[in-house]
Design a protein around this ligand. Structure first.
Ligand code: NAP
Length: 288
């Protein structure tokens, strides 16, 4: 079992760090709002530190799961950043959904200090984190990845190295592209079924067994029909992810017309006050 640190105890980070502790790792946590770190230690044991640097000191692996590119830079770089506290040979594993560019930038900064870096965004949501069944998409060097995979599997059902630094983030972008259009299609289906006077739950139940079935239909269909969205993956986060992948698409020449359109639909949901609603709230703008 390893001495590890975990930076960022949000909806995702807190249960992920909890699984590491439950597997017997020696975990030191850091959270910007320190009350959350204190509460985490009271529940799971281990220790908490007041800066990323302090948390990272002596750790073989430092995990992070914060908000966006700039949040990530703020916990990795600078005098109080994790790299300042890490020793040569240690590895930084980043579970934030961020750009491929920041992954390459931080991998280079880490390499200069003799530290490994793996970008490792996750899929599976809050429930996946709490139940320890996330899917993890990784970028980095094979030798570095091999060192951290067993610890990642403390909270994952699947983890895979996809290529060099940034490849994990690029894979997560594909994940979000596939979800964006699908949720809009599902929203239109639910909306149409209502207008047609059908029993929406019965419709979803029968068609989910056929070619239209999806994770979103199984897990979000009922709540979309009921119009409840106060849970899950926030629209604000989805817009961050769509912004990242549309930028990348402009660079690599990929055509993403539906993703760009759905991004605008989510902007409408934000203007309806739905920034923290689950991404299935796309249906709400059709029902207005
Ligand atoms: N929620 C999901 O279903 C889900 C699924 C897949 C991927 N993700 C991705 O996972 C990441 C985290 O999501 P989440 O839902 O756990 O978010 P969250 O609940 O909002 O937690 C964000 C965490 O990052 C910390 N943080 C933010 N900015 C920071 C900064 N500048 N310096 C230091 N710490 C900072 C926050 O600290 P404070 O407590 O002080 O605010 C908090 O611990 C995001 O990139 C998101 O896109 C989320």
């Amino acid at each position: 079992m390893a001495k590890v640190a975990f930076l960022g105890l949000g909806v995702m980070g807190s249960p992920m760090a909890g699984h590491l502790a439950a597997k017997g790792h020696d975990v030191t946590v850091y959270n910007r709002t320190s009350a959350k770190a204190e509460a985490w230690v009271a529940k799971h044991g281990g220790a908490h530190a007041t800066t990323p640097r302090e948390a990272a000191r002596g750790a073989e692996i430092v995990f992070a799961c914060v908000g966006n590119d700039d949040d990530l830079r703020s916990v990795v770089l600078g005098a109080d950043g994790a790299l300042a506290g890490m020793e040569r040979g240690a590895t930084f594993v980043d579970h934030t959904t961020a750009s491929a560019e920041v992954a390459r930038e931080l991998a280079a900064a880490a390499a200069e200090a003799g530290i490994g870096f793996v970008d490792a965004p996750v899929s599976g949501g809050q429930a996946g984190a709490e139940n320890g069944v996330l899917t993890v998409m990784c970028g980095g060097e094979a030798e570095t990845y091999a060192k951290v995979e067993p610890a990642i599997m403390s909270f994952a059902r699947a983890s895979r190295l996809m290529g060099p630094a940034g490849a994990g983030q690029l894979t997560k972008m594909v994940n979000q592209i596939c979800i964006a259009g699908l949720v809009q299609g599902l929203s239109e289906g639910v909306h149409f079924a209502k207008r047609a006077g059908l029993d929406v739950e019965a419709v979803l139940e029968v068609i989910s067994k056929g070619a239209a079935g999806s994770w979103q239909m199984e897990n979000r269909g009922k709540t979309m029909n009921a119009g409840t969205f106060d849970f899950g993956f926030a629209v604000d986060w989805m817009r961050k992810d769509l912004g990242i992948l549309l930028d990348e698409g402009r660079r690599n020449g990929a055509k993403l017309p539906v993703s760009a359109l759905v991004d605008q639909f989510y902007a409408e949901v934000q203007s309806m006050g739905g920034g923290r609603w689950d991404t299935s709230s796309l249906v709400a703008r059709l029902e207005r």
